[in-house]
Design a protein around this ligand. Structure first.
Ligand SMILES: [Zn+2]
Length: 350
């Protein structure tokens, strides 16, 4: 499938359109130069000497390879100040994409097993995003994304930590990691406890495994949003169910291509899911590790799947509606975006 060159007005619309991002990982957003700097500062060995070397690591043959690199590089992060630095830089990067609000996942198990204090991790990240907010106006809340391959037992203290950090902008609990060998069902009790404590819940599902994984995430875990969920397209009954339940799919097209979850751009079901009436958002997942930006993802949809300004507006507003902000703040964000997008479209005659 060929990506078309975009008409100038549509290209400018994408660049300037206010956006919300609901699915990205802090550890997958570290700029190579920063990664090297922090590794040096903390004296952690990584399999790269320079920026080109780090970029070389970002060439994956499979989801498994991606996960291995992700885990190896997360090891450079040791102190609260490391998390503050990468969060601050990510906040600026997102503001550059006209992102007004984002929910950023942290993988707690990647840090806790090394004896790192997760409260310090959350405080550091929250401080970095708060600093970016003061400078650029972007709002960010945090979520814990637990690697399901580590089992339920180890998850409990991490969930406790998440619950205890709700005052520190932590708003959601999620599972990610090895979906193939670790189905969602055993996490039912954890998810119930998370919800009970006031956290929102979501799950990576239907990325590398078929519809069964999405059914479990929705019906057994009660996930409000599904990370990826692209394989739902294989099951018409599931599509109906997702539509009826108002479950949102946070879709990350470039990520799916880079990890091999989808064989080619032509095979990506984004357009089919959208046309089936599902509520979709578009996201980067790990912008640096997948060499993409949120603007690139919107351009990809316009250039390869023919998304119009109207349809892109729907996606941007979906993300605002699907966010885990308190009702009043969410309504304010949506309303502001809606009127700003309308003004932009009028200016660009789109
Ligand atoms: Zn993800």
């Amino acid at each position: 499938m060929k990506t078309q060159t975009l008409p100038e007005a549509l290209d400018e619309f994408i660049t300037r359109m206010p956006k919300v991002e609901t699915h990205l990982h802090l550890e997958g957003s570290i700029q190579p130069a920063t990664l090297l700097e922090i590794a040096r500062r903390n004296q952690v060995e990584i399999p790269a000497r320079d920026v080109a070397g780090v970029e070389q690591l970002f060439k994956y043959q499979s989801f498994h390879e991606f996960l291995t690199v992700f885990m190896a590089l997360a090891r450079v992060l040791v102190r609260g100040e490391d998390f503050e630095q990468i969060a601050y830089e990510l906040g600026h990067h997102l503001a550059d994409q006209q992102v007004r609000y984002a929910e950023v996942m942290i993988s707690p198990r990647q840090h806790s097993y090394r004896g790192i204090d997760l409260n310090e991790v959350v405080q550091g990240a929250a401080a970095g995003f708060a600093k970016a907010q003061r400078e650029r106006g972007i709002g960010v809340n945090l979520a814990f994304d637990y690697g399901r391959q580590f089992g339920t037992e180890e998850a409990w203290p991490l969930l406790e930590c998440a619950i205890g950090n709700q005052h520190n902008t932590l708003v959601a609990w999620s599972i990610g990691g090895d979906e193939r060998h670790f189905p969602p069902e055993p996490f039912a009790e954890l998810f119930a406890a998370a919800k009970q404590a006031g956290l929102h819940v979501m799950a990576h599902a239907g990325e590398v495994v078929g519809p069964a994984s999405v059914w479990g995430a929705v019906d057994v875990l009660g996930a409000e949003r599904i990370g990826h969920g692209v394989r739902s397209v294989d099951d018409p009954a599931l599509l109906t169910h997702l539509r009826e339940r108002g479950v949102v799919l946070d879709v990350c097209p470039t990520s799916n291509l880079r990890t091999g979850a989808v064989a080619s751009l032509a095979a990506h079901p984004f357009r089919r899911l959208f046309n089936a009436g599902l509520t979709l958002t578009v996201n980067t997942d790990d912008p640096v590790f997948f060499a993409t930006t949120l603007n690139d993802e919107y351009r990809l949809l316009a250039g390869s799947f023919g998304f119009t300004a109207e349809e892109l507006t729907t996606l941007a507003l979906n993300a605002a509606h699907a966010s885990f902000l308190p009702d009043e703040q969410r309504a304010m964000l949506s309303g502001q975006m809606q009127s700003d997008i309308a003004a932009l479209r009028a200016e660009l005659d789109l």
